[in-house]
Design a protein around this ligand. Structure first.
Ligand code: NAD
Length: 484
């Protein structure tokens, strides 16, 4: 298969927080892969901007080391890396002061696409936006890329939107949710809207329920202090799981264009019903083996922050009335896996009798590991002895189906950054979407606080608290097995 890479226009990309963890683990290695793929033009420039004092050479060395460490086995020639590094520079900048801004402004070229990636803590977003203006770096065509978390509740998200809006138009603001950059997530839209096969069945009449799972095996580890102020609801559900839910549930947009897609996603969030407390299960992992408990990690022996959440959501519109959406996410679980499963209803009548058992079509969209999709279909068990039915998966693992081209589909960040350069906001969250998502989650979080809700303990290496199973069992359903 021939890979098609469309080069982007020349650009100046400034990465604020260019020495930080995210820049070293994701952003720069991703940009290097785009460079190797031939997508980055000769005139592209990347400028790291952070607090540390260092020159271009020291920064290039930092980035070379990061690419080697976090390249995920990506192989390349030393000369290729050197050619990439030549495009990279560094300016020490104080986001809250005046140091470095004049030098940074001096490095910008006129008439070139300008993008500023805010890979710093959210408390600095407003300072950066303001200084980009006061120091004359922001042009009418500049873009800013904003990392999560985008607020910690509706009020703070509104305030942040308002601050950014003082200096940038909405079409200049790219709020990143890297889940939207995943190949499978985009494939979900291709499958839904590119085939005639699924869309007629994509509604409450044929879909029994939908499960969205994002499970991790790691604990909060060194991020315990930060995570403890957040929890699974804020850290995962309000953004990543909500975005997946939107793409699964939205009406077909008239075009695959930014506002058409985001208008439809927004309608889904606004149609979410408030959740009853007994339709949410919060959990917190206990100690296990030689691993500490959540509370040890968080260094807060009384912490009531959840490291696991499972909930049942309903969307009140014609398409989905009566079809539950079950969402779960957690840390220190049995397997690292993320998937969306569309579980279709039973055939209305079984001509094979009760002995044939209950069989259901399930479309499972795997985000990790091994991005791909499977469709369980019911067939006859081979051999003599009557009509016994079994479910077999039609498997489309991208790495198998696409061969070498699957190499191209690795990381979400690199795709999203290229979209920023192209000026395509389709896979970025709009301000009103983020606010609507907080408006839905805020009362749930507030309710726990008022009730003094304590999360249920669960053993590491399991599928979470038993109550999560009960959430499903009560409805005569069960979670799909967590497996890698
Ligand atoms: P980090 O602490 O590793 O890096 C922070 C960076 O900001 C450093 O380069 C530091 O020099 C710079 N910085 C801090 N104060 C500054 C100032 N006053 N002026 C200029 N530069 C300053 O953080 P990180 O993990 O890279 O995260 C960056 C952002 O990305 C955060 O908003 C985080 O929530 C978000 N994020 C990170 C990850 C991840 O995997 N690390 C994932 C998703 C989102």
């Amino acid at each position: 298969m021939v890979s098609r890479v469309i080069p982007v226009d020349p650009f100046d990309l400034v990465i604020f927080g260019g020495t930080g963890d995210l820049a070293r683990r994701k952003i720069l290695p991703g940009l290097f892969r785009r460079f190797c793929a031939g997508q980055m033009p000769e005139e592209a420039r990347i400028i790291g901007a952070a607090r540390s004092d260092m020159d271009d050479a020291a920064y290039r060395k930092l980035i070379a080391d990061a690419i080697k460490e976090f390249g995920n086995g990506f192989t390349f020639e030393a000369a290729t890396l050197n050619a990439f590094l030549e495009r990279i520079g560094y300016v020490a900048v104080d986001a809250t002061g005046t140091d470095g801004w004049a030098e940074l402004a001096g490095r910008m070229r006129d008439g070139t696409v300008r993008a500023f990636y805010f890979s710093v803590g959210p408390s600095l977003f407003g300072d950066l936006a303001e200084r980009l203006h006061t120091h004359g770096l922001a042009t009418d065509q500049s873009r800013i890329v904003v990392e999560k978390p985008f607020g910690r509740d509706l009020q703070s998200a509104r305030a942040l939107n308002a601050t950014l809006a003082e200096h940038f138009r909405e079409d200049q603001i790219y709020r990143i949710d890297h889940y939207l950059g995943k190949e499978t997530v985009q494939n979900l839209m291709a499958v839904r809207f590119g085939n005639v096969l699924f869309e007629p069945l994509w509604n409450a009449q044929y879909v029994d329920h939908i499960q969205i799972t994002v499970a991790e095996t790691v604990g909060v580890g060194g991020r315990g202090g930060y995570y403890d102020k957040s929890g699974a609801m804020r850290d995962m559900v309000q953004n990543h799981l909500m975005q997946l839910l939107c793409l699964i549930a939205m009406e077909p947009p008239s075009k695959f264009e930014p506002d058409e897609v985001r208008d439809e996603k927004l309608k889904v969030i606004r149609a979410l019903e408030p959740i009853e407390p007994h339709h949410i299960v919060r959990g917190q992992y206990s100690a296990g083996g030689d691993q500490p408990s959540y509370r040890d990690h968080a260094e807060n022996p009384r912490s009531n922050t959840e490291s696991f959440i499972a909930l049942r959501a309903h969307i009140s519109n014609w398409r989905w009335a009566g079809t539950p959406f079950y969402l779960r996410t957690g840390k220190r679980l049995k397997a690292r896996t993320s998937e969306i499963a569309v579980v279709f209803k039973d055939a209305p009548h079984s001509i094979f009798g009760v002995d044939a058992g209950r069989h259901r079509n399930v479309l499972a969209i795997r985000l990790q590991p091994n991005e791909g999709m499977t469709l369980d279909v019911t067939i006859k068990e081979p051999g003599p002895g009557g009509m016994r039915l079994i479910d077999v998966p039609l498997d489309m693992t991208f790495a198998d189906a696409l061969g070498d081209e699957a190499e191209e589909v690795t990381d979400a960040y690199e795709r999203l950054i290229m979209d920023v350069i192209r000026g395509n906001q389709t896979l970025f969250m709009r301000g009103d979407e983020v606010e609507a998502a907080w408006a839905w989650t805020d009362p749930l979080i507030e309710g726990w606080k008022q009730r003094g809700d304590v999360p249920k303990p669960y053993d590491p290496g399991t599928a979470g608290p038993d109550d999560s199973m009960m959430l499903m069992h009560r409805d005569g359903r069960r979670w799909r097995e967590l497996k890698t």
